[in-house]
Design a binder for this molecule. Structure first.
Ligand code: ATP
Ligand code: MG
Length: 325
């Protein structure tokens, strides 16, 4: 299947969502994209949603919770937490602390908010939605790019579906207006792009197909790129792999060290073969423009590792966008 044209310019979107299965490298991709954007001079913020913060750690900083923290020039992060998000929202709408306390810190109201499904998530989404439209004193946007590190697959989808779900039950009033504006942002290809991250492995690839089908189908969101992360280098040519098999077959039982070496090399070769199959499967069934990211053999995933992935992303995006132009 030939890939669809790449979105015109990812760095011109203000609302960049990164989604995918748990543990596939979403936070790493957010950090690498954030670094690339900040180096272009875009004032960028990575928003993690109510999770154990990763973004600051990659840049040698401590988690900062619900506060914008500068990680490097032009790059910030925040952990969006439901309670302060609700508080901020309440204060924004109700203006006065006293009124806020009366309304939201009233025990009955607190209990009510806890039992309404999706309410916490709505405040998380509300905060990132507000970040997209937040202005500086001079009226210009506070952020050129907000990168949303979405929760893993199932939760991510229900989060993105939330405005739609709420619109179905509350189609009038201030709540509907607010949620309608959120939905408009999620569907707006000028501002928004949803990117997916996967590993070239069985389960992540399955989930990616499902996620893509939902995003493009019932959610109808504008798509960005598919990041295929953790790609192993090809260690041996087919001929050398054949020789390795032959060597394994003739090594005597007693040469256990040599056998262990051959076996572990053979396992690595096998892994790259599996990865190649899954990458071919992605290429065949999923026409999203693709960015391949190498597996990095590093002790610690720090800023220099992020920088390597970031460079790789920038190079590949330039090629893809050149093709799309
Ligand atoms: N390209 C890579 N090469 C080597 N290791 C990687 C690579 N990408 C990610 N990792 C490792 O995998 C770990 C998990 O990545 P990351 O935290 O980005 O996943 P995630 O999808 O955000 O996970 P979660 O769903 O838990 O939020 C990283 O801390 C890093 O150690
Ligand atoms: Mg993560």
């Amino acid at each position: 299947m030939p890939p669809d044209p790449a979105p015109k310019d990812l760095f011109q979107k203000r609302f960049v969502i990164v989604a995918g299965k748990g543990g596939v490298g979403k936070s790493v991709v957010c950090a690498a994209l954030g670094l690339a954007a900040s180096e272009r001079g875009l004032r960028t913020c990575i928003a993690e949603l109510n999770t154990r913060e990763k973004a600051p750690l990659f840049f040698g900083k401590r988690p900062s919770g619900y506060a914008y923290q500068e990680l490097r020039k032009n790059l910030f992060s925040i952990n969006v937490l439901p309670d302060p998000a609700l508080r901020e929202y309440g204060l924004m709408k109700l203006r006065f602390e006293r009124v806020y306390k009366l309304v939201f810190e009233n025990e009955a109201m607190k209990r009510l908010l806890k039992v309404i499904p999706g309410m916490n998530e709505l405040f998380l989404l509300g905060k990132v939605f507000n970040m997209e439209r937040e202005k500086k004193r001079d009226g210009t946007p506070l952020w050129d790019m907000v990168i949303v590190d979405a929760p893993a697959t199932g939760h991510g989808v229900s989060l993105l579906r939330l405005p739609d779900t709420i619109m179905k039950v509350a189609d009038a009033g201030p709540m509907a207006e607010e949620v309608g504006a959120m939905r408009a942002l999620l569907l707006d290809p000028r501002r928004t792009a949803v990117n997916l991250v996967t590993l070239p492995e069985e389960m992540p690839v399955r989930e990616t197909f499902e996620l893509a089908a939902q995003l493009e189908g019932s959610l109808g969101m504008p798509k960005g790129y598919l990041f295929v992360n953790g790609i192993w280098p090809r260690l041996l040519s087919d001929t050398d792999a054949g020789l390795l098999d032959a060597l394994g077959a003739v090594l005597p039982e007693s040469a256990y060290r040599a056998r262990a070496g051959v076996e572990s090399l053979a396992a690595m070769v096998e892994r790259t073969r599996f990865q190649e199959q899954h990458r071919a499967e992605l290429a065949e069934h999923m026409p999203w423009p693709r960015v391949d990211l190498p597996f990095l053999f590093v002790e610690r995933f720090d800023e220099s590792a992020i920088a390597r992935l970031s460079e790789s992303i920038v190079t590949q995006l330039a090629v893809l966008q050149g093709q799309a132009a």
